[in-house]
Design a protein around this ligand. Structure first.
Ligand SMILES: [Zn+2]
Length: 54
């Protein structure tokens, strides 16, 4: 996957390669305040914010 962050991934990628996207959002720990996408790594989001206070 070439996109830098999940936020940069166009919607069609979610259809073309859902497994790759799923691996990034599985057990999501962060949410993007700008795009409202979630990911398990902060670096995958442009405005990451931790979902849970752990
Ligand atoms: Zn974002």
């Amino acid at each position: 996957m070439k996109a830098k962050t999940l936020c940069d991934i166009p919607g069609k990628v979610f259809k073309e390669d859902p497994e790759a996207v799923k691996s990034l959002v599985r057990d999501a720990q962060f949410i993007c305040r700008k795009c409202f996408r979630s990911a398990n790594r902060k670096k995958h989001l442009c405005k990451a914010e931790k979902l849970l206070d752990a």
